[in-house]
Ligand binder design. Structure first.
Ligand code: FMN
Length: 201
């Protein structure tokens, strides 16, 4: 198999590209699109986002210590891209993209109502890394759109049309090819009675 070896660079794909909403007191809320975002701890639930100092949002995050991560769907992709190429210094991104502020329960910054999942976050630590500062945050609360709850109370996130970002391009998630632990799961009818581990890493 022929391979090419490249100098160091970011090639961990696909990743979520999320719309991060934030707001300084008395100002209009802003949205920054962030691809360098991730889950970093299950308990307490913690996430990270990495943001350049040059971003208008950087100062809002530093000042307020909070933000909302809004997951991106196929319908929201154009808005996510726009929020990633225009600055809140120059435009009102909620207004330009016809997005609706969703009041948060635990923090002052609003989420985006059109997103199926809004994750309210409180910043615990800011770690300068180089080009980006990493904002390490604890999840303060999560809002989900109830049209994706089925009759058994299961959240059907796969129905939301979530989008992934890979090497400069946006993709809607496609066909399901497995589920957590399926590689070792016993065939139906031969259950061991053991409690299934949660798919939380
Ligand atoms: C798909 C995508 C992913 C991005 N990921 C990041 C990121 O992880 N961190 C960052 O600082 N900027 C990222 N950006 C760039 C910012 O979203 C962009 O500079 C934005 O205009 C900043 O808005 P603001 O000045 O209103 O904060 C990304 C842009 C796009 C389109």
């Amino acid at each position: 198999m022929a391979k090419e070896y490249w100098r160091p660079g970011n090639m961990l794909y696909p990743v979520p590209a999320v719309m991060v909403s934030c707001q300084s007191p008395g100002e209009k809320p802003n949205i920054i699109t962030v691809a360098w975002a991730g889950t970093v701890c299950s308990s307490p639930a913690m996430v990270s986002i990495s943001v350049r100092k040059e971003r208008h949002s950087y100062h809002i995050l530093k000042e307020t210590g909070e933000f909302v991560i809004n997951l991106v769907t196929k319908e929201l992709t154009r808005a996510a891209d726009y929020c990633g190429v225009r600055s809140g210094r120059d435009v009102d991104k909620f207004r330009e993209m016809h997005l609706t502020e969703l009041p948060s329960r635990e923090i002052a910054a609003p989420g985006i109502a059109e997103s199926p999942v809004n994750i309210e976050c409180r910043i615990k630590e800011v770690i300068p890394l180089g080009s980006h500062d990493l904002f390490l945050a604890e999840v303060a609360g999560v809002t989900v759109e109830d049209r994706y709850m089925d009759e058994n109370g299961k959240f059907r996130l796969s129905d939301a049309g979530l989008v992934a970002y890979s090497h400069g391009e946006y993709y809607e998630l496609g066909e399901k090819v497995g589920s957590f632990g399926y590689s070792v799961r016993k065939k139906p009818g031969r259950t061991s009675g053991k409690k299934r581990r949660q798919p939380d890493g």
